[in-house]
Structures are given as structure tokens and as C-alpha cells.
Design a protein around this ligand. Sequence first.
Ligand SMILES: Cc1ncc(COP(=O)(O)O)c(C=O)c1O
Length: 408
Amino acid sequence: MKPMGALPLEFAQQNGLLKIGGRTADNWAARTADTPLFVYDMAIVVARIARFRAAMPAIDLHYAIKANPHADLLTAIAPLVDGLDVASSGELAKAMIVKPAASISFAGPGKRDDELSAAITAGATLNVESEGEAARAFAIGDRLGQTPRMAVRVNPDIELRGSGHADGRSRLAVRGRRGAGGSARKGDRRSGRGLARVPYLRRQPSARCRSDHRDAGRDDRTRGAIGRGGRRRPPLVNLGGGFGVPYFASDAALDIERVGEALAEALASRPAILAETRFAIELGRWLVAEAGVYLTRVIDIKQSQGETFVVVDGGLNHQLAASGNFGTVVRRNYPIAVAARMGHAPAETVSVVGPLCTPLDRLGDKVALPPVHVGDLIAIFMAGAYGASASPTAFLGHPPASEIVSGI
Ligand SMILES: Cc1ncc(COP(=O)(O)O)c(C=O)c1O
């Protein structure tokens, strides 16, 4: 038997039938007339946003839509946050449906000219990752007759291991930080160098430099870097994203109130140059991961070489992260339950596997579950971030999972 992560608090106390947003899992499955499906409980997202606001009243909250760009969810979240962060022109287009471009930032390495052009035309802020990218943005701005709005991505030279992450686990891995860290390394690595110290931008009198963009975890050196923010007065410093959530058995939840206190202390002693500056944090998974439940139906149960396999109708094609193939080094189990037997005592150790013909397609590895039968719904929790949109949905040609938002 291998451990699994703890169910999110909103589900942990449930007994009998799993309810999401007041409806049973069966009821949700009946609504889509098919499985698998993702259900996102907006009430949980609202509660996370409220908790952030209480913990960090002076910090703007942006939603990094890469975590979950589902249109209904985005529409519900947009009015509750101060800005949206996007990482492609596709995400930019989605974001602009629900939020004015002036509150959208565009991060990520390798932005194509047409993406720079779309962002500049719209008036979104480009988080530039290199001098080359800045040069292209200025040239495109000149052609369009528009001054690009820019932030400079700066990555203080600090190890992200466990920094500000509840899980403290392979910080660059399951949380997607391998991707984020990778892009960071592809960006400006000059530790703590602020906007005004990036020589190319300093030579650009037309640069409307809005902010430093940091992706650093929260530690003293980040706070120090805030203080060394440069010689101009940046209107906005975006501290980046990356608050962890407890996916696995050994993870503890992030004490966001403590983070808020530490940040408030740092900001209280910031230099005069940052006196008028607004600060923002852009979060993805912390806002939405725990709100999502992936429901998949048991198709078959079989024994092989002493192991019981519960074969379900969805797998890594929708839930790459839960299968342990989204950047993780060591495969560990997300929280899993039999939807009709919440709170029941474990009866057997089984592996929950998907329908794809690869041994990688394993949603639960030797997990202890209550009795499971063909036709049961299996619930995989922590499914609200980097699920449907971060999985190889075309692989083997199974249909995409439905996605429903509860409470909108
Ligand atoms: C620039 C940037 N902002 C925000 C995020 C969101 O991270 P998370 O979902 O862990 O909060 C990422 C993740 O890759 C990122 O690269």
C-alpha cells in the first residue's frame, strides 16, 4: 500500500455520497450524461480568493489562467481578481473576453512577433524575458505607432526548493515549476537586478516600464530584491506566482497568513522609490487546484500478478499530473476516493489505471480504498489546476473530459 494525499478540507469530512457544490457526484455525471468529467466548485475558489484578500490586503491578486483557462471558470473568477496573467496569444484572447487588456500581463519565453503585436495592440503588459524580446517589442511598437507596456522579468538567484511552497516537494516538478523555472532560466538571470539596470531598456526613452516581474518564491532575498528595484519608480511590481498546494501525503498546506505577514513587514520597510508602487502576486493552482474533482467511472476490475487493477474510463489523457507524468521525479498519489463511499474504511489495496495502453496511465498506485465495483465513480481530487488543459487530450483519440463549474 502506498500513501495518498489528504482530501481537501471541503471534502475530507464527507460521509457516504461525495458532494461537490451540494450535488452528488452521480448527479454531476448524469448532467453530462458521460464520464469522465471535471467539476470545479466556484465556492471553493471564492473562499480561496477571500482568504488571500484577508491575508494580503495591500497586494493585488492576479489569476494565472494557465492553471485552468476553462471559459466559465474564467468568467466567474475575472471580476474577483485585479488582473490576469497569460502565456500565449490564445490565452490572451480568452483573457480579453473577461478583463480589460490593461489588467492583463503576458509572460513566457519565446513570444512570437504576432503575439507581441497582439499584446501591444491590445495594451496588455508584456513581461519581457530578454533584451532580444524587448527589442522586437519596441520595433513592433514603432511599426504600430504604439508604446509597448512592459515589465521586466527578473529572477533572483535563489533556489526554489520549498520556498513558499506548502509541499516543499520537488518544487519545480508537480507544481509545474520545472516549466516556470525553465522559462526563468531562459529569461533574465541577473540576480536582483531591477528594471533600470537592464541596460537595453535604460537606453529606451520611450519605454513605459511598469514593473519588475519576479518569480522567486518568498524569502528574504526576494524581499531584498524588492528593495533594490531600480532607479525609476515602477508603478507595479509583480512578485510572480507559485504558491503550492498539498497534493501528496507528506505535504502541509501553505500558511498564507504567515506569508502575508512577512510580506507586509518587507513592504513596510521598502525604500522611498517604491513608496507609490503597487504590488501584485499572480496565482494559479493555489486558487483553483482544490476546487476541482475529476470523476471517472470504473469499467473493469482485474487481477494480474497479485495486483488488483481498477480500470477507469479516464486517465493521463485528462489528468497527466495525477498520473505523475507532469514533471514529477518520483510518482506519488493524489487524493482519491470512491465517490459513493466517502469516509468508509479502506477494504483493499488497488491500482487505479486509465484506458490508455501504457503503464504510465496510472491514477492511483497501490492505494487503499473502500470496496470498489464496476460502475462506481472514482474521484481524483486536486484536479482544478493543470488538468484538462495540461494533458495530452489527443493521445489515443479518447474524447475530451467534460468540464462543469458549480456555483455560477
Ligand atoms: C510566470 C508565471 N506566473 C504564474 C504561474 C502560476 O504558477 P502556479 O499555478 O504554481 O501558481 C506560472 C507557472 O508556471 C508562471 O510561469
